[in-house]
Design a protein around this ligand. Sequence first.
Ligand SMILES: N=CN[C@@H](CCC(=O)O)C(=O)O
Ligand SMILES: [Zn+2]
Length: 419
Amino acid sequence: MEKQQLQARAIVRNIGQLVSIAQAPIVGASGSLQVYTNAAIIVDNEGAISWIGPDHEIDELLACSEQQTVNIVDAYGCVVTPGFVDSHTHLVFAGDRAEEFHLRRQGMSYGELLRQGRGILTTMNATRNASQEVLLDLAVERLASVRAHGTTTVEIKTGYGLNMEVEERCLQIINSLNCNPSLPHEHIRVVPTFLGAHSVPPEYRTQRAAYVELVVEEMLPAFAEMARFCDVYCENEAFSVEECRRILTRARDLGYQLKVHADQLNPSGGSRLAAELGAVSADHLDHASDADLDAMREAGVIATLLPGCSYTLRSPYPSARRLLDHGLTVALATDYNPGTSYSENMQMMLGLAMSAMGMSLEEALTATTINGARALALQDQIGSIEVGKRCELALWSIHDYHEIGYHFGVNLIQSILVL
Ligand SMILES: N=CN[C@@H](CCC(=O)O)C(=O)O
Ligand SMILES: [Zn+2]
């Protein structure tokens, strides 16, 4: 680099192993990850990565630089990866569902709880009854933990308001969390998703068509500037393919990008609908058929797996290997919610995918970073450590990345670094 070219906001030095994910394959079998040892990263004044190279070149660069002061961050020889991208959460809610967790341990199924008007509607009641301040405080506290576990970008869905007033309140909260320097978790990137079609609220139980009408005609137009994505829960206990098609088609016309909770409890047609409508991702996929997966691949839909649900519901883990062998791009996310996956820990999801879903470490790291970014259509900005991308890093308190997924049940993240 020539003398006048060093325009650095910061330099991250002394990186023991830098796992860039830059050459990670989009689909298919594990490729080798690009790993630099004893590396450094230069970040330009706009916060973009401008140089990646051997640490020993930095002294020379600084010596001949005209820039007077540079912020130097010492990584103390640890492992550095991209920050996790958690592309599926329901993080804004009040209350808990510990009672239902224990009922399920005694044999009651999640589907049965939904049919009884519990499950999602239990959390809807608690969320409707909470003030904006309480909901915001809970979300801020949760985001601090999300960050402490290595996540730098998190998608958050509504879906526990299920009326105009509370869905809007939740969207306001979600938007206020995004890169807000006045909050303790500052610099976490938050992507808002509208999930009005999560469950039919009790006041519409006998007139579900009227609730779909409310979502299509009032909520979607009102929230178009507040949410990037529109999601639906396409399931026997939630919304039919026809209802979801109507909602998503209108959402697409209004400029939303699309997501689908698909084929979680039954083969309910959600992943095929995601392919038909060009959704960015279809999530869950426990009961997706081979033909469904083929349709998703042809349409370029990202397959998002949520191992925390199988763990919590004690249901069989869907095989990531099968999806990869179908040529799909697979992302992993937490599905952080109080009912089916009460965890914000992407390291846990990565480990479960390796131990129970057939993923290699390389595939699981890819699925939790760049493929999470693909599931949010943000792959040009985040998800890997490459020149031109945002500098959003996870610093691990380990010296070899092969410990990831192997040393389990503890938090291996030292800190996140967003410059
Ligand atoms: N299944 C639908 N939605 C969530 C669960 C939400 C809840 O049970 O509160 C999910 O992705 O698993
Ligand atoms: Zn979900």
